[in-house]
Structures are given as structure tokens and as C-alpha cells.
Ligand binder design. Structure first.
Ligand code: FES
Length: 426
């Protein structure tokens, strides 16, 4: 088959000379530009995105596999979006990342791409780009941090931060304890380790079939993650040989699987926004109302914060996404093709659940169907609003009161703590 990169490196003219000659300044041996598949490794590595700051190590592991299989790996940076630091919100930039990466892939001599993401918006943004270009593509999400450990208890990024800072404001937590908790929360490299947006989007890349089974939940520092990355490097070269493009994977059955798995894991409400944007890029019809209808029979199976008790490290050791999907196979499109070259069913059938207090069986779930993410319509949000029932306290589910509306976040923050604000208490 003729490779896309041959247009650059295979030419016998002056342009061919330039393309090859400049690449040789990196010290590649003469046979490296011999027509082998060129694999781009797009990385959102950045020290300004702490959740992705280990992706340089991930890239090295992928390169090992690409070299080993006879490809040429070339790592290139793309826009990195880190939730902890970026203002006013990374959501403003997700589409810019998607556009930037799409153009970078199109403009360069690449035959296949591996996408390295982690923090919330980097996963959907990179996938949107890849869906538009449509080359053989595998995603690697960088994995969660190890569980936080504070004063003998597990703590997770998200809810516990809110709890600590509120306790400090109320005077029930000392400044020294708050400072200690800061270190105890983030003990290793990786993204947030609750079932927040990063972990949700990572899990859904497995459900969509664009990440190798079992990779998403493995902690960022787990050596098995780097072994799996090496396998990704080998596999992407094979995918180029098979001409297996991402459009053959991001199909309507794959999106239906993702919507259902999102309900089973108690996934983030943001997944709806990102899946719809990705479906749009992939040319797959997906309607907001289908986030109510598709998972109508899917119970909550995963007992993770914020809906439940455990953290991503526990989820990985319990069997991760493949164990959940095996549990759900009766509800999923088992024939959906994945980056392994095998079907969803073939990928997840060997999976085992090693802890049924973390991953519950379908017959005895954490919560029955109908308690996941729901789409609501009403006079406050005529086009739809999203609520994660499993993470909501009962008081949030029915409330009568006046709505105080602010035009800007800053206006709200300026008065949020004012005891004289004219609001109705719970
Ligand atoms: Fe980056 Fe949560 S802040 S994953």
C-alpha cells in the first residue's frame, strides 16, 4: 500500500531531498526514511498541566513499540489544557485544541497517530481532531493519580477538596491539617482519581474502542501502563498496515456503548457535552434526549466517588472498564470494532471482576437503572440541562425557591459569602 508519508520522504526531487535531509539532523540512520510507516505521537505534555506532566515518559514507552515493529515514531506537542491553572475555563479552548491538532496531523507526513491525553478537555479535544482527519489512531489517557491518603483515610480529588476548605472556613480544620491534606491529595503523577471528567472520558475511550482494553484505569505510575504503551506502539504500526481508520471505530454502535457505559460507571455530566461534540465530528447522529433513552435499563455498577465510596486505583485493581463492560455485554453492541482489530465482545470477554464491592454485578447494582446522568427540561433550561442523580443528595432533587441569577461568575463570587444576601435557606 502507498503510505501518506511517501509523498514527503519518497520523492526523488528537490522537495524529497529537503524533507529527508532536514530530518537527518536528528541523527537517524540511512535506512530510517526508507518508506516505513511514520507514527505521530501527539502529546499534551506540559508542566502547566500537572495531570499530563508524565506524558513524556508515556511517549518514550510508545516509541519503543513503534521502533520494534518497524515504524518511525515522531513525538510532537499540541495544546495542553490543564484544569487546575487555566483561566477562565479550559472549556473555552477545547475546540481550539481540536482545530490545532487536526491541522498539525493534516500538515505533516504522518501515517498513523497515537494521542496522549489526560486532563479533562484534552481527551475529547484530541479525539475530535483525529476524527476529522481520519487516520489509524489509538488514544492513551495518562492514568489517574494514586489514591489520596490523609490521616488514615482515602481521599479523592474533588469532593474532599470542597469538604476540607469548607471545614477550614468553619474553623473545624486547622491550617496545618489543611496544608498536610494538600500534599496527601496528590501523591503521584496522573489525573484526578475520582470518577470525574478525566476518568470518565478515559473510560469512555475504552467503551468507544479507541483505547486498548484495561488501560484507562491503570494508575499513571503503574509499570503495567508503560508495558501497555509499548504494545500500543506495536499496534499502531499494524493498524497502518491494515488501513484501520478511526472512522471504522467511531460508529453509531460505539457511541451507544459509550452512553451506556457512562451510566454504569456514574460518569461525569461533562461526558454528554464531549460525546455530542465528538459524534458531530465523526458524523454520527446523537441526540441529547438519547442520554435518557439509551441507558434507560443500565444500572449504576461502579462504586466510586463522587457517586460511591472508592477511587480509581481500587477500580483498576477490581478489573476496570473491561470488567464493567463484560457485566453489561447483554446491553452493548458487542460487534463494534475496536483498535485491537477485534470486537468489543472479544476484548472484554476474558475480563474478571476481582472486587464486587467496587464493581457490582448487573443483578445487584449499586443503584438501579435511572439513577445515572439524566437530561432535564423545564422553564429554567428549555433546551435541556444535565443532572447526575447518583451523586446528588436528596435535597437537590426537589427544591422550591426563588432563583438568584448572576450574569458573571465574578459577580457571584463577590457576594457568595455575604450573610446578608437575600436567599432562602434549604
Ligand atoms: Fe486535571 Fe482533574 S484537574 S484531571
Amino acid at each position: 500500500m502507498s503510505l501518506r508519508s511517501a509523498d514527503w520522504f519518497g520523492a526523488e526531487d528537490r522537495n524529497g531531498f529537503i524533507h529527508r535531509s532536514w530530518m537527518r539532523n536528528q541523527g537517524f540512520a540511512e535506512d530510517v526514511l526508507d518508506g516505513r510507516p511514520v507514527i505521530g505521537i501527539a502529546t499534551t505534555w506540559s508542566e502547566l498541566t500537572p495531570c499530563n506532566a508524565h506524558l513524556d515518559e508515556v511517549a518514550e514507552a510508545v516509541k519503543r513499540g513503534v521502533w520494534e515493529r518497524g515504524g518511525l515514531p515522531l513525538v510532537f506537542p499540541t495544546m495542553s489544557l490543564g484544569e487546575p491553572l487555566m483561566r477562565p475555563t479550559t472549556m473555552l479552548y477545547r475546540n481550539l485544541l481540536a482545530m490545532e491538532l487536526e491541522e498539525l496531523i493534516r500538515a505533516n507526513p504522518l501515517d498513523g497517530v497515537v494521542l496522549l491525553s489526560g486532563c479533562d478537555k484534552t481527551t475529547p479535544g484530541m479525539l475530535m481532531a483525529a476524527a476529522s482527519v481520519d487516520l489509524p489512531t489509538i488514544m492513551i489517557t495518562g492514568g489517574p493519580m494514586l489514591s489520596g491518603k490523609f490521616q488514615g483515610k482515602d481521599i479523592g480529588s474533588g469532593t474532599d477538596i470542597w469538604r476540607f476548605t469548607e471545614e477550614y472556613r468553619a474553623g473545624t480544620m486547622s491550617a496545618a491539617d489543611l496544608s498536610e491534606a494538600e500534599f496527601c491529595m496528590a501523591r503521584s503523577k496522573g489525573h484526578c482519581m475520582t470518577m470525574g471528567t478525566a476518568s470518565t472520558m478515559a473510560a469512555l475511550t475504552e467503551a468507544l474502542g479507541v483505547q486498548l482494553p484495561g488501560m484507562s484505569a491503570l494508575p499513571a505510575v503503574d509499570s503495567r501502563r508503560y508495558a501497555a504503551c509499548q504494545r500500543v506502539g506495536r499496534r499502531i504500526v499494524d493498524m497502518v498496515g491494515e488501513d484501520l481508520k478511526i472512522s471504522q471505530i467511531l460508529t453509531r454502535p460505539a457511541f451507544e456503548n459509550a452512553v451506556k457505559v457512562n451510566a454504569a460507571i456514574g460518569g461525569s455530566t461533562n461526558a454528554i457535552v464531549h460525546l455530542m461534540a465528538l459524534a458531530g465530528r465523526a458524523g454520527v447522529p446523537l441526540d441529547l434526549a438519547e442520554f435518557n433513552s439509551l441507558p434507560a435499563e443500565i444500572p449504576l455498577l461502579v462504586n466510586l466517588k463522587p457517586s460511591g465510596k472508592y477511587l480509581m486505583e481500587d477500580f483498576a485493581y477490581a478489573g476496570g472498564v473491561p470488567a464493567v463492560m463484560k457485566n453489561l455485554l447483554g446491553h452493548l453492541n458487542g460487534d463494534a470494532l475496536t483498535v485491537t482489530g477485534r470486537s468489543t465482545r472479544e476484548n472484554v470477554e476474558p475480563a474478571e471482576c476481582w472486587n464486587d464491592d467496587v464493581i457490582f454485578p448487573v443483578g445487584a447494582p449499586v443503584m438501579p437503572a435511572g439513577n445515572g446522568t439524566v437530561v432535564l427540561y423545564g422553564n429554567l433550561a428549555p433546551s435541556g440541562a444535565v443532572l447526575k442523580l447518583s451523586a446528588a443528595s436528596p435535597a437537590l432533587l426537589q427544591h422550591t425557591g426563588r432563583a438568584l441569577v448572576f450574569d458573571r461568575m465574578e459577580d457571584y463570587v463577590a457576594v457568595a459569602d455575604d450573610p446578608s444576601m437575600d436567599v432562602t435557606p434549604d
